[in-house]
Design a binder for this molecule. Structure first.
Ligand code: IVH
Length: 711
């Protein structure tokens, strides 16, 4: 997509484009590495990086040490202790076609000043998992770490130990005193599918592809979960290794195998660009039957002395290259566009395609992202598919790269029927009929019928009863799901009627799986207690978009009662879209002026109360509950009015407890450190926030010191 745009001509344009790309790449990196949830295909991501490299090649002034081109992508979460790699974990340069491979071989030959002599390379699949560094001292595994940013990874030793293909002790002869083995941790296709089915059944998020699920599985705080995920490992490289067991890449990998590692059986030696291309084709043909994801093949100079001479350029070795597979494409017809409503109310259009085989897999759905994407515009306002919109009946090109969700990359305009019409995106939710709105600056349309929409019901109910909302003990996600499926609870007010509506309810509940007399009684007591939760928690519990606990407090501090807030929302008239002179009416102005509430948040509140379906549900709910006035924050405490940040692992309390405790004493809890921060409470494993605090001279204390301070 991005390739369609020429490289900017002027330094000013280049600078702007460069900044935009850096930001986009960083955002993708964060999603990919910290949340194991990528939002773009690898091919699109590679295209962004390629474009950044091209711009920097033309305007070298734009290269800074901070540019993603100068750093290995990655990043380290604060969940695990850090592990600094003795030898950095680098990445590989990419070749996308035979010409790039020929350039690579040419570069190697020139660098080594080879005349006609032959040079051997190893060729092996590029496993699409996550790399790990395993440190063995005296043959014993002492540390297992993720790659992280290449310099520092996460110490995941406990989890690594659960992977049966990683030996705890190296076996055989010639085991060195010290060696770091590197390789790829991955999940098989079969395990990936089974895991996602389980996740789905349990109402947990599903993983986008086997690589992310391997990442998510390895970065669990509970090693038992990692063990159950059945991860695999191929050894293919090394880090610190004072005495290597052989003089060639292949020889070393063979030694790995003798020490007890799995190595890839498809690895072999090649000598020419032709042999490399043949290997690439051959692996491409068997790719779909391997049972695990690969995204290309890797060639490495076989002789290790030559590798040493070749060395590195910025983030990758000069002696190796990844030859990627092209994304696979096919033509088909778009039969329909279906709108799916997500757990959070987002309307996602899905292309229903005439089934077609793409790279060995039958594809019948493709994501269309949102309304704008169908019109031919991406979320940055850039055109996609040459600006062509997508219409039902169109002939389209679908693309699949690895296990990424198939995409429509092109519309064959010449085949479009003369009478075809642009697609009209629905303005109401297909699941519940409530109106669906788009916020300023957003590409997504969302259902506003949060309280009653069946697509969102379980998620909303779960939120409604959760700890920081109505806090009904004994009603977790599992119970909510079961009650929903039994037809006992469809919307929040039903919860308060479980006991009363029907006398037999207790008996019914008792006979259900897992419910005894005592647990049912306890549940009813917890429900009773929730009827008088403070009003800001009630507002938060409604699950209105943008109303987290902080905004709920801001609004309720001002409006005091739900009725007053509702009256204000119904009286408010929002400014007309695009009319800058229009400031809305007085009720709107009042809401926007509440400290910390802007037009986006206020807009969400107005939309919520305005939806008649919510109104009915809310009336029913208000018949059941009597929210208590908001507790005013304490004023005479050592931390009243102070802004506090918690970071690292807390050992004496959960994050939620820490936050609630601080707020009860009148402190403000923030998620990020700035000049305005008064105290940073840092537990073990604290990282960037602690560093920032020290730099800004903010007071830092341990968890125990904090507890002593607040008594
Ligand atoms: S060699 C100095 N071999 O690809 C580079 N890497 O883009 C050493 N990968 O971080 C890496 N399969 O996670 C090598 N057979 C293979 C690989 C492989 C997958 C990954 C690895 C690395 C990334 C580089």
């Amino acid at each position: 997509m991005t390739d369609l745009h020429p490289i900017p001509e002027t330094p000013l344009e280049a600078q702007a484009e460069h900044a935009r790309l850096v930001e986009e790449i960083r955002a993708h990196d964060a999603l990919y590495y910290q949340e194991d949830a990528p939002s773009v295909s690898d091919a699109d991501y590679d295209a962004l990086r390629k474009r950044l490299i091209a711009i920097e090649a033309r305007f070298p002034d734009l290269v800074t040490a901070e540019s993603p081109t100068q750093k290995v992508s990655g990043g380290v979460s604060e969940k695990f202790a850090k592990a600094r790699h003795g030898v950095p974990m680098l990445s590989l340069d990419n070749a996308f076609d035979e010409e790039d491979v020929a350039d690579f071989v040419g570069r190697v030959r020139r660098f080594l000043n080879l005349k006609d002599e032959a040079i051997a390379f190893t060729a092996e699949p590029k496993i699409d998992g996550l790399s790990a560094n395993l440190r063995y001292e005296k043959g014993k595994l002492v540390l297992g770490a993720t790659r992280g940013d290449g310099e520092t990874g996460e110490d995941v030793t406990a989890n690594i130990r659960t992977i049966s293909e990683i030996p705890q002790t190296l076996k055989g002869k010639n085991v060195p005193d010290l060696i770091e083995i590197r390789g790829e941790i991955y999940m098989s296709h079969a395990d990936f599918r089974a895991l996602n089915e389980r996740q789905e059944k349990e109402g947990k998020p599903v993983y986008a592809n086997p690589r992310n699920s391997a990442g998510g599985s390895l970065r669990q705080l509970d090693s038992a979960i990692t063990r159950a995920r059945n991860l695999h490992f191929f050894a293919y490289a090394w880090g610190e290794a004072p005495d290597l067991p052989a003089e060639t890449q292949l020889g070393v990998v063979e030694a790995f195998q003798q020490w007890g590692f799995r190595t890839n059986p498809l690895m072999r030696r090649v000598h020419t660009v032709e042999e490399m291309a043949a290997y690439h084709r051959e692996i491409g043909e068997i790719r779909a039957s391997l049972g695990y994801d690969i995204d290309g093949v890797v060639y490495k100079v076989d002789r290790i002395d030559l590798q040493r001479r070749l060395g590195f350029v910025s983030r990758s070795p000069r002696w190796a290259i990844a030859h990627k597979f092209a994304a696979e494409q096919a033509f088909t017809v778009l039969n329909d566009i279906e709108i799916q409503v997500g757990r959070t109310g987002k309307l996602t259009p899905v292309a229903k395609l005439e089934p077609v085989t793409v790279g060995g897999v039958v594809v019948s759905n493709a994501t269309l992202h949102n309304e704008d994407f169908i019109r031919g515009v991406d979320s940055h306002g850039n055109t996609v598919r040459d600006g062509n919109d997508i219409r039902v009946g169109d002939t389209v090109v679908v693309q699949r790269a690895g296990d990424v969700i198939p995409q429509i990359v092109r519309v064959v305009i010449e085949k479009r029927a003369a009478q075809s019409k642009p697609y009209e995106f629905p303005a109401t939710c297909p699941a519940c009929g409530s109106h669906a709105v788009r916020e300023e600056g957003e590409s997504d349309r969302r259902c506003t019928g949060g309280l009653i929409c069946p697509a969102q019901a379980v998620e909303r109910l779960r939120h409604f009863v959760s700890r920081n909302a109505m806090d009904i003990e004994g009603l977790g996600e599992k119970q909510i799901r079961a009650f929903y499926e039994w037809g006992l609870v469809k919307e929040p007010s039903d919860i308060f009627r479980i006991e009363r509506e029907e006398e037999g309810q207790l008996a019914r509940l008792k006979n259900r799986e897992g419910w005894g007399e005592l647990s049912a009684k306890n549940l009813f007591a917890a429900i009773e207690e929730a009827r008088t939760r403070p009003v800001h928690r009630f507002l938060f519990a409604l699950g209105i978009r943008h109303i987290g606990d902080i905004n709920a407090k801001r609004l309720m501090r001002h409006y005091k009662t739900v009725d007053a807030l509702r009256d204000a929302a119904l009286a408010a008239r929002m400014p007309e879209e695009g009319n800058r002179a229009d400031k809305g009416n007085e009720a709107w102005q009042e809401m926007v002026d509440v400290s910390g509430i802007g037009s986006i948040v206020a807009g969400a509140v107005v939309e919520f109360f305005r939806e008649p379906r919510n109104e009915t549900a809310l009336d029913a709910l208000l018949k059941e509950v009597r929210p208590a006035p908001m507790e005013e924050a304490a004023r005479n405490t050592p931390v009243a009015g102070k802004t506090v940040v918690f970071t690292g692992t807390l050992e004496r309390m959960t994050r939620d407890e820490a936050k609630a405790g601080a707020e009860r004493l009148g402190a403000k809890v923030s998620g990020s450190v700035s000049k305005k921060t008064d105290i940073v409470v840092a537990g073990p494993g604290a990282g960037s926030k602690l560093k920032q605090a020290t730099e800004l001279g903010v007071k830092v204390m341990t968890e125990d010191e904090w507890l002593a301070l607040i008594g």
